[in-house]
Design a protein around this ligand. Structure first.
Ligand SMILES: C[S@@+](CC[C@H](N)C(=O)[O-])C[C@H]1O[C@@H](n2cnc3c(N)ncnc32)[C@H](O)[C@@H]1O
Ligand SMILES: [Zn+2]
Length: 279
């Protein structure tokens, strides 16, 4: 079996997508690392990822959140969302960029279903990417900022932006002409049991959609709405996996975990769009 580093080299070779963050030149393999023609280098981490951030970004997304997310994904709670994403991609082999990929579950799922597809995942959280590299697919995992993507113009057939902030200019730049953005954003029922347990009103729809419609033409959309039965253990994982609860201390999260609902609702819009030409 290939090592994590070898899988990264293989993915980089297949995609030919890396761009120097300093000068914008193409980056190719140089010994163990990658370098551009001007000699700017990016190291390949022993755990099979590239780091494009000059310093780590502290955020609310820590290792505990991604570990809980992994268990929720493993329980199959988001499989129908992956199905919808797959259905909305254009026909034929894909080179995918998962922007703000978190622990990379969606990209791994799609590349496992389609071994002839290529993919890269980028996230600003190192904890997230280190979990992503644990998965078995061959993908180019990068710690980086989706507002300054380390990829060439037109490198991807599709960009996935799943519950993550968007950078439409950058997405347009790295998409091939005619490429699709698959945008996943919450519907009003999303995690309603968790919101209710915290006396939060349902998620207010509108803002993301209005902005998306300003920037893009919506080709097609699937609404995934499922109310799932959950065990107390899975409820606890939902409590820990959502950024909704990141204002709570660990104790606060455990208190919430002790008041389980027996269902959790996943209600998401999955939209395939083409981005408007730059205005
Ligand atoms: C709610 S999580 C969603 C993760 C993943 N797409 C999923 O659905 O499981 C949002 C993700 O966006 C990432 N993120 C936020 N701002 C980012 C940025 N500027 N560049 C790259 N990733 C970012 C976070 O680190 C986090 O992993
Ligand atoms: Zn360079």
């Amino acid at each position: 079996m290939l090592s994590k580093r070898d899988r990264l080299y293989q993915a980089a070779e297949a995609l030919q997508a890396l761009r120097c963050p300093v000068c914008g030149g193409d980056m190719t393999r140089a010994g163990d690392d990658f370098a551009c023609g001007r000699g700017h280098r990016v190291n390949v981490n022993r755990r099979g990822c590239l780091n494009f951030l000059s310093q780590p970004v502290e955020g609310c997304y820590d290792a505990a959140l991604f570990q809980a997310r992994r268990r929720v994904f493993a329980a199959g709670c988001y499989r129908t969302v992956a199905d919808a994403v797959e259905q909305l991609l254009s026909p034929g082999p894909q080179s995918l960029l998962d922007a703000g990929c978190g622990d990379g579950w969606y990209l791994n799922e799609l590349l496992t279903r389609h071994p002839d597809w290529q993919g890269a995942g980028v996230d600003i959280s190192r904890d997230a990417i280190l979990q992503a590299t644990d998965q078995l697919c061959t993908a180019l995992w990068c710690v980086g900022d989706l507002r300054r993507l380390p990829f060439r113009d037109g490198a991807f057939t599709a960009v996935l932006d799943i519950l993550t902030p968007a950078s439409y200019e950058e997405f347009r730049r790295v998409l091939r002409p005619g490429g699709r953005l698959i945008k996943v954003y919450p519907g009003s029922g999303y995690l309603r049991e968790l919101r209710a347990a915290r006396n939060m009103p349902p998620y207010a729809e509108g803002q993301v959609e209005d902005y998306l419609r300003e920037k893009a033409q919506v080709l097609s959309e699937i609404r995934v709405t499922r109310t799932l039965p959950v065990t107390p253990a899975l409820w606890r994982d939902f409590v820990w996996m959502t950024p909704l609860n990141q204002d709570l201390t660990a104790d606060g999260k455990e208190q919430l975990a002790l008041r389980p609902s027996d269902t959790v609702t996943v209600d998401l819009h999955v939209a395939a769009v083409t981005l408007n030409a730059r205005d």
